[in-house]
Structures are given as C-alpha cells and as structure tokens.
Design a protein around this ligand. Structure first.
Ligand SMILES: Cc1cc2nc3c(=O)[nH]c(=O)nc-3n(C[C@H](O)[C@H](O)[C@H](O)COP(=O)(O)OP(=O)(O)OC[C@H]3O[C@@H](n4cnc5c(N)ncnc54)[C@H](O)[C@@H]3O)c2cc1C
Length: 284
C-alpha cells in the first residue's frame, strides 16, 4: 500500500528538529531509519501530516568514549554499532544482539535509537539495554534529561520519550569484570526473537556476586528478570545453582501467544534461555 500524503522536513540540528516538533505537534512524526515507521505508514496505521527526518543531523551519529561509559548516538545505524571497537570492548552484549538483528539491509538503514524508541517488545535491543543499565538522553525544548533503562520502557510501543522530545543518545556504562551473553530463539535466522535473554553476570572467586538479566518478548515491554537476579546473588557459579535460579525466569512475566508460539511455550523458552545465557556469561 502507499502511505497517505505528507509534507517532509529534514532539519540539520536537534534544536531545529525540536522546533519542528513544537510547530507541527500531533500532526508530525519523526523518522529515523524508517524500517519500522515506513511499514506503519504503508499500512496506514498512522497518517502524519508532517514527517521530520533526523537523517541530516550529524551530531546524532557515531559512538564515543566518555570515560566510564560509551555513548551511542541515536541515529547510528545498527551495522555501525555492530562493528564498532568500543562496543565490542565495553558492550559486547549489544554487538551480539545486533549481529542477529534482521538482515544486512535493515541493519544498514535502521538505527540504534529508532529501534529503542519504537519499543517493540520483540525488539532485540531493549533487553540488553536493561541488562547493561543503559541511560537514555532525551532532548526537549527545556533541555536534556536522562532516563534509566528501567524507567524508559513504559508499555507496548511506548517509552518515556514525550511527544515533543527526541532521543539523542544512549549511554552504556563500561562494566569491567562482568561477563555477558545474548541468547535469541528464532525459527528463521535474523528474524524477530520469539524469546531472547540478555544476561550480565559478575563472578567473584567462583561466586556470583551480581547479575542483571533482561527478557525479550515476555510481556508488553522488555523486562528485568529480577527474581532470577536475586536468586543468583551469592550462589556458586555452578550449573545446578544456575538451573535452580533460572526456574524464576517467568516470575512477573506476561508473554504473548501468537503464530510463533503460545505463552506456555515462551515461558519454557525463557527458562531454558536464561539458564544458557547465565551459564555462558558466568563462564561456568
Ligand atoms: C524486515 C525487518 C526485520 C526486522 N527484524 C528485526 C529484528 O530481528 N530485531 C529487531 O530488534 N528489530 C528488527 N527490525 C526493526 C529494526 O530494528 C528497525 O530498525 C527499528 O525497529 C526501527 O529503527 P529505525 O531507525 O528504522 O526507526 P524508524 O522506523 O524511523 O522509527 C521508529 C519509531 O521510533 C520513532 N523514533 C525514531 N527515532 C527516534 C528518536 N531519535 N527520538 C524519538 N523517536 C524516534 C519514530 O517516530 C517511530 O515511531 C526489523 C525491521 C524490518 C523491516
């Protein structure tokens, strides 16, 4: 299908993009890589009068070292994130997730910030953002604010980004001494995960000191598996201890049922994938 007609503006600064958002209000929609928005427009699930393209704002692209964190610009394409040496060194979990995200074409057009702002509960980046304790920098007319990953995902396709705001960058704290693994279950390679688990684990002298675990497609938003995290803390990094903790993977979840699998199947997957991801991240 062909989208409804719209007008188009491509500002070259965040300030100009915010001004356009303020001017056109409810009639405007931001476009980043267009990989999720364009299908929505083509299906006429949305028909904005104005499209504000962030593609010409250079300051939103790239990855930089900021001391205790790496910072990923919202308009950085997945393919750039996935091959970046800073990401490989300090946020390997993100590199793992991006490696299996969609096909090469989508990875070259789709952006890191666009995927997170879209907040599809089946998206590959939300769970790693939770597990890594990422922070989201959101610009508005009154300046910028920072939102923790735990507070960013609000509901199905809904985030803490206001209608008059733009996600500008994502800060990912460097984690030394942590292992990390992303386990994604799909029927066909490079598709959306049926369920995925992002695990980060810090082992100290054979004991699991801390763990942060994110779940994909186990509810209306990416979720922390807090019951597993609590059950792991202080346990030996052994297969038996991890297996017992992983039994809590479905606590507090509300997985969907669809053609790829029903809710019970997803609960089973979450338990198995959590065990595998934690074991790999702990090096056990
Ligand atoms: C065939 C196909 C397969 C895919 N497979 C996967 C997959 O396996 N795993 C996966 O995770 N994803 C997958 N995707 C989605 C892909 O990751 C998209 O790139 C992503 O969902 C949207 O990113 P985008 O840059 O294209 O954003 P757009 O489509 O341009 O925008 C998406 C939404 O976010 C808003 N938005 C974008 N940027 C900002 C910003 N900076 N601030 C505020 N709001 C913003 C837009 O207004 C829009 O509502 C797939 C997409 C396709 C087409």
């Amino acid at each position: 299908m062909i989208p409804a007609a719209f007008d188009y503006v491509a500002p070259t600064s965040v300030e100009d993009a915010l001004a356009a958002l303020a001017q056109y209000g409810d009639d405007a929609k931001i476009i980043a890589g267009g990989q999720s928005l364009l299908p929505v427009l083509r299906m006429r699930l949305n028909a904005p009068e104005w499209i504000i393209d962030l593609g010409k704002i250079e300051s939103l692209r790239g990855i930089r070292d900021d001391g205790d964190a790496i910072v990923v610009g919202a308009m950085t394409p997945h393919a750039v994130v996935g091959s970046d040496p800073l990401v490989a060194e300090h946020a390997a979990l993100i590199a793992q997730a991006v490696e299996h995200l969609a096909d090469a074409q989508v990875r070259h057009r789709g952006t890191f910030g666009g995927a997170l702002a879209h907040a599809d509960p089946a998206g590959d980046l939300g769970a790693p953002a939770l597990a890594l304790g990422a922070e989201f920098v959101i610009a508005g007319s009154g300046g910028s604010r920072t939102v923790a990953a735990d507070d960013f995902f609000v509901d199905l396709f809904e985030t803490a980004i206001g209608e008059d705001e733009i996600l500008t960058e994502v800060r990912i704290p460097k984690r030394t001494g942590w292992g990390a693994t992303y386990e994604k279950f799909v029927r066909v390679a490079h598709q959306w995960p049926i369920v995925a688990v992002a695990a980060t684990v810090r082992v100290d002298g054979g004991t699991i000191a801390e763990a942060r675990i994110g779940l994909t497609n186990m509810g209306s938003t990416p979720l922390r598996a807090r019951a597993v995290e609590d059950a792991l803390a202080g346990q030996p990094a052994t297969a038996d201890a991890v297996r017992a903790a992983a039994e809590h993977a479905t606590d507090g979840t509300n997985p969907p049922s669809d053609l790829n699998g029903d809710a019970d199947y997803r609960r089973h997957l979450a338990t198995v994938l959590t065990r595998r991801a934690v074991l790999a991240a702990a090096g056990a």
